[in-house]
Design a protein around this ligand. Structure first.
Ligand code: NAD
Ligand code: IPM
Ligand code: MN
Length: 344
């Protein structure tokens, strides 16, 4: 039986993960699950966010399914950086070698009214953000915080840009064949380098794909003004983090965006949102992003496109019939999950 390591995490994480597992078990009853404490919950149990047994289980699994971590109340100044929940997540991504982070944003037909944008702008949006996940400012050395200065390094190697670019071009082949690489090459050397490598990969291996380049500031503006311009957006770690939260507003909420983080082996699946401490414990978090992440797991780790489509279709219909509060509706997590189960 395929083994899934489940990391509910903190805040709304356990709430949305339990909803998603109910739904997942309904379409894929043969998967085997084992659950571990991770994030703040991990620190409580193991003394650090990513305990040794958790890492070992994740490395030995067929897929890792996660909620969200974080939400330490008050200032985090007194907590060593490596003991913060976010560091546990970065360490997990690094250990799994998941360099390609897929963050799709789609405005489903019939759900344009959930977008804060005009229906003619939001309608038909179908974008895949390919965020490089193991490089850039998140991992670059040197980094530090000293008296009088704080600093990080944005660094990319040829191999790191190449493998992310290949993922984006491959994905575009199965879509409408367009990649926009987003950088800040007018200011940053690292972006100039990124652009150069992307062009080389394109010319050598993917000349059938249309490649354009855009600066990240302009891209942020166009994502709101004319999002249909984009098919696949290829970008570096930090820009992808920011642009994907922005892109979640197109379908209507951060609670809608799933993700898959892929490398050469075990995939990691998680909603793009965080632990949402402001609404945790109230039963109102939108589980759609987590259910859609489960659908991505069925597709990418288990090659079960039919089961994934069933989940996606049920979510789509339930968003219409039972919109959650973040979408202007009244349904809580439970009512939404029941609607999805009923659709299945
Ligand atoms: P957040 O994504 O947790 O929340 C931002 C806003 O969106 C909040 O108002 C929240 O209520 C709302 N929101 C998020 N998910 C929702 C959902 N499913 N349904 C309805 N509303 C939802 O971002 P934040 O508040 O900046 O961060 C909180 C903590 O989460 C921080 O510690 C941060 O580091 C962490 N974080 C973790 C992850 C992750 O685990 N992958 C991702 C982002 C942030
Ligand atoms: C995300 C989150 C993480 C990131 C944090 C919590 C480390 O914001 O998954 O989008 O910045 O990658
Ligand atoms: Mn983020």
């Amino acid at each position: 039986m395929p083994k899934v390591v489940v990391l509910p995490g903190d805040g709304v994480g356990p709430e949305v993960v339990s909803c998603a597992l109910e739904v997942l078990k309904a379409v894929a009853p043969d998967l085997e699950y084992s659950e571990y404490a991770f994030g703040l919950a991990g620190t409580e149990k193991y003394g650090r966010p990513l305990g040794d047994e958790v890492l070992e289980a994740a490395l030995g699994a067929d897929a890792v399914f996660m909620g969200s971590v974080g939400g330490l109340p008050g200032s985090t100044d007194h907590v060593a950086r490596e003991l913060r929940p976010e560091s546990g997540l970065l360490a997990l991504r690094k250990a799994l070698g998941v360099y390609a982070n897929l963050r799709p944003t789609k405005v489903y037909a019939g759900l344009e009214h959930l977008s804060p944008l005009k229906p003619e702008i939001a309608g038909g949006v179908d974008i895949l953000i390919l965020r490089e996940l193991l490089g850039g400012a998140y991992f670059g050395q040197p980094r530090g915080l000293e008296d009088g200065q704080g600093f990080n390094t944005i660094r990319y190697t040829t191999a790191e840009v190449q493998r992310a670019a290949r993922w984006a071009f491959q994905a575009a082949r199965g879509r409408s064949g367009r990649v926009c690489s987003v950088d800040k090459a007018n200011v940053l050397e690292v972006s100039e380098f990124w652009r150069r490598v992307v062009v080389e990969v394109h010319q050598a291996e993917f000349s059938d794909i249309e490649l354009t380049h855009e600066y990240v500031d302009s891209c942020a503006m166009i994502l709101v003004k004319n999002p249909k311009r984009y098919d696949v957006i290829l970008t570096e770690n930090l820009f992808g983090d920011i642009l994907s939260d922005l892109a979640s507003v197109l379908p209507g909420s951060l609670g809608l965006l799933p993700s898959a983080s892929l490398g050469d082996r075990v995939g990691l699946y998680e909603p793009i949102h965080g632990s949402a401490p402001d609404i945790a414990g109230q039963g109102i978090a939108n589980p759609a992003a987590t259910i859609l992440s489960a659908a991505m797991m069925l597709t990418y780790s288990f090659n079960r496109p039919d089961q994934a489509r069933a989940l996606e279709g049920a979510v789509q219909k339930s968003l219409f019939s039972h919109p959650t509060r973040d979408l202007g509706g009244v349904s809580g997590s439970r009512a939404f999950t029941d609607a999805v189960l009923a659709q299945l």
